[in-house]
Ligand binder design. Structure first.
Ligand code: DX5
Ligand code: ZN
Length: 220
């Protein structure tokens, strides 16, 4: 079986009990802690920053998978690295020099990810494949949890899987938005290997039971 990873997005967690929520999904078998950063500028919502990452880092062994939906990007990258981010992903439209931003993230000791919005063409990746460690395909428009999966993401996932295989590099292909236990298998079949799910995990009454549903769907 492929090495599939599940990354619950804490955007849908109970913010009054964030540390306990992160520990609960880790215990339920989650692989990454997906950490959504929004600035009410690049996206129309406002969430959490490096201070919260720093607070969560010691309470979990899961890698912190920081998804920056902010503009500009570069100034705050070292802050997230210091706060314990393992992966830092940004949107290329939000950086004047995406290639430089990828290099900056890696120079800070983190893995570097790039995220494609539903309207962003795959050609955006053309001269970045040598620098990127993770590609995050948005299957909703960024800004909110609980939106419906946008079907055109499926073709994009297939196209990017082909590019990753041709690159010969170990680049992770993560998908974010509208992923539930009942569609995750299709997304995996298209070539993704990391699955972000916010409402699909945190709105469950029993996280372990929901994670089991995800695992069973992925096992086929
Ligand atoms: C949306 C965020 C997602 C969000 C996913 O901008 O990047 O990570 O939390 O939420 P669901 O899984 O509910 O679509
Ligand atoms: Zn996200």
């Amino acid at each position: 079986m492929a090495d599939f990873k599940i990354a619950p997005s804490i955007l849908s967690a109970d913010f009054a009990n964030l540390g306990a929520e992160v520990q609960a999904v880790e215990k339920a078998g989650a692989d990454y802690c997906h950490f959504d950063v929004m600035d009410n500028h690049y996206v129309p919502n406002l969430t959490i920053g490096p201070m919260v990452a720093e607070a969560l880092n010691p309470v979990t062994n899961m890698p912190l998978d920081v998804h920056l939906m902010i503009e500009p990007v570069d100034d705050i990258v070292p802050e997230f690295a210091k706060a314990g981010a393992d992966i830092i992903t940004f949107h290329p439209e939000a950086s004047r020099h995406p290639h430089r931003t990828l290099q900056l993230i890696k120079s800070q000791g983190c893995r570097a990810g790039i995220s494609l919005n539903p309207g962003t063409p795959v050609e955006m990746l053309d001269y970045l494949m040598d620098e990127v460690d993770l590609i995050l395909v948005m299957s909703v428009n960024p800004g909110f949890g609980g939106q419906a999966f946008i079907e055109s993401a499926m073709d994009k996932i297939r196209a990017i899987r082909e590019r990753i295989d041709n690159s010969g590099r170990a680049i992770e292909l993560e998908v974010d938005g509208g992923i539930k236990a009942d569609n995750v298998a299709r997304v995996a079949e298209a070539g993704a290997d990391v699955f972000v799910s916010g409402s699909g995990v945190f709105k469950a009454d029993d996280y372990a039971a929901r994670m089991k549903e995800f695992r069973e769907a992925l096992a086929g």
